[in-house]
Design a protein around this ligand. Sequence first.
Ligand code: AP5
Length: 210
Amino acid sequence: MDSPIDGSIVLFGPPGAGKGTQAGRIVELTGKPAVSTGDMLRAAVVACTDLGMSAKKYMDAGELVPDEVIIGLIAERLEEEDAARGVLFDGYPRTIAQAESLENVAKVSNVISIEVPDEEIIERIVGRRMDPETGDIYHIKFKPGADEIQSRLIQRKDDNESTVRNRLAAYHNQTAPLAEWYEERGLLSRVNGNRSIKDVGDDIASKLST
Ligand code: AP5
């Protein structure tokens, strides 16, 4: 890659903030492909690649996968043709080292920080269910799926209360300082994520259109 790709967006926030839930709407709005490091790592685990096998123990424990692994994964993904006009990063960067490395390969034009209090996060994550056929995200209380798909919905292995607490600790210790890092660069827009999915999405859409 000769020069950094222009026009990428970062969706930032704690686990369960609603990044994946809102990503679809932003993709429709901007035409940029979503790049979720969590989804890429889970696919690598299912495919039993070397990367997947080394990432699995960190993911199951609710810890961040080492920077060098993630940075390599992103560099490879940005070589693909659909990334040429920027992408929507979901869950990346998550450390200052990742953000610094990203500057070499992609220019970020907007960082949307979805803010949700910790006590809300636990209920969201423990109740989350995924549709393995479509990748759609549901919640037993906040967004139940239709009756006909209920039997195929699954729960992520790291969506249990003790792992969530580790993921939240990793977020506060290693990821949250990035909000200030992006704020200093004039790129951060804060969104109150503790509202309905539609209201959060409307707010993000308005932030991206200004
Ligand atoms: P990843 O898959 O990225 O997990 P995460 O950041 O913990 O985020 P989640 O996917 O849990 O939450 P989300 O914000 O997307 O919320 P969602 O929309 O699903 O990462 C997993 C692991 O991979 C990490 O722990 C780490 O090990 C590793 N990893 C990934 N990226 C890495 C990186 N860059 N560096 C190092 N390691 C990395 O919503 C959650 C639930 O809430 C759903 O059930 C949804 O229906 C519901 N919901 C959403 N919005 C609302 C709302 N407004 N009101 C009520 N309910 C809502």
